[in-house]
Design a protein around this ligand. Structure first.
Ligand code: TYM
Length: 345
């Protein structure tokens, strides 16, 4: 924050308004260590400095076919897990995307300000079209428009995400600018907040690919709810290289990824990690990374086990938050409809 000490502060000046933050995460399966280090951890770190709105992106999740019961269960579990990570529902708004109708309403309007060509260039759409070749539905294609609506509804200044969402943030900015250009300033143009460390946590078995819960190989990802022994075991079988020297460098994707993760867990920089494992083999290093991750997740597991059984509390939290979210969202959607020339109840 800029230093404004040069002027005498008026004794009755209002406290500075916090900037707004929005982010969301899909309940399509269980979240991974990549979700945690790339995004969720930053939600928690930023919640005191911003007015935060978070959502489970369950409308996004149905772009891939879901079993309704499992989707509902995953949504509930994800909500509890994110609270267990330290999101405080008294400070933040945190609800399920499907509870606030304005997301889909704004998405439709914004889709008319989005070009077919720009959606066709989205790498996630291209990737998912390959992995779900039997169901390349329109929702998969317009997915970034709904994401733009999520963000723009709350006039978010900042959106914490992993590096894989950068392209979607760019299109959200383009849509906001295009709409503002047509109708005058309506939306805040959001900035992505991508962490320096762990913006892209890689697969443990194919370290040139992103760690993803949708991978068929269970050894490739760490689930946030994996037991400590499972975490250590998965790290022990992580793919590395044949050099047997721990340092960050070209052609060492596996070790680079483990160093990135270890650094995020311990706060050590790469030089310190290299010094710690000087003269030691990869076995020691992989064990250390596994144990560091297990102890990072241990307090989250403990809190999660307490929260998950309290269904009434979780439902009350999400409902109360959804009401607050709907109130904020209504201001934006009313303004948008008016500007576009659409009557509204
Ligand atoms: P999703 O559910 O795939 O992932 C949630 C968040 O986790 C980050 N992430 C990763 N970060 C580092 N390394 C990884 N291997 C890794 N895998 C996932 C993602 O970048 C993301 O920040 N479209 C979004 C959900 C969404 C959203 C939004 C996000 C819907 N509306 C509005 C921000 C704003 C998604 O699929 O994230």
């Amino acid at each position: 924050m800029e230093n404004t000490a040069k002027t005498t502060a008026a004794p009755e000046s209002k406290p500075e308004k916090k900037k707004k933050l929005f982010s969301a995460i899909q309940p399509s399966g269980e979240p991974t260590l990549g979700n945690y280090l790339g995004a969720i951890r930053n939600y928690v770190a930023l919640q005191d400095d911003f007015d935060c709105v978070f959502a489970t992106a369950n409308l996004h999740a149905i772009t891939v076919r879901q079993d309704p019961k499992i989707l509902m269960q995953n949504t509930h579990n994800l909500y509890a897990l994110i609270l267990a990570c330290g999101i405080d529902p008294k400070k933040c708004i945190f609800y399920h995307q499907s509870m606030v109708a304005a997301h889909t309403e704004l998405s439709w309007v914004l889709s008319t300000f989005t070009q077919f060509g720009e959606l066709s260039r989205m790498t996630q759409f291209k990737d998912k079209s390959k992995t779900h070749a039997d169901n390349i539905n329109a929702g998969l294609f317009t997915y970034p428009v709904l994401m733009a609506a999520d963000i723009l509804l709350y006039q978010a200044d900042v959106v914490p995400v992993g590096a894989d969402q950068k392209q979607h943030l760019e299109i959200a900015r383009d849509i906001a600018e295009r709409f503002n250009g047509n109708f005058g300033k309506t939306f805040v143009v959001p900035d992505a907040y991508i962490p320096k460390n762990c913006a892209r946590v890689m697969s443990l078995t194919e370290p040139n690919k992103k760690m993803s819960k949708s991978s068929d190989n269970k050894k490739s990802f760490i689930l946030m709810t994996d037991e400590p022994s499972v975490i250590v075991k998965k790290f022990r079988s992580a793919v590395t290289d044949s050099e047997a020297r721990v340092y960050y460098g070209e052609g060492k994707d596996g070790i680079n990824n483990l160093m990135d993760i270890y650094s995020a867990c311990t706060g050590l920089n790469f030089e310190q990690i290299e010094a710690e494992f000087e003269g030691k083999g990869y076995g020691d290093f992989k064990n250390a990374v596994g144990e560091a991750v297990a102890s990072l997740l241990e307090p989250i597991h403990k809190r999660y086990k307490e929260l998950i059984s309290d269904k009434a509390y979780l439902e009350q939290c999400s409902r109360e938050s959804a009401e607050k979210a709907a109130y904020i969202a209504k201001r934006t959607i009313d303004k948008v409809y008016k500007k576009v020339g659409l009557p509204r109840m």
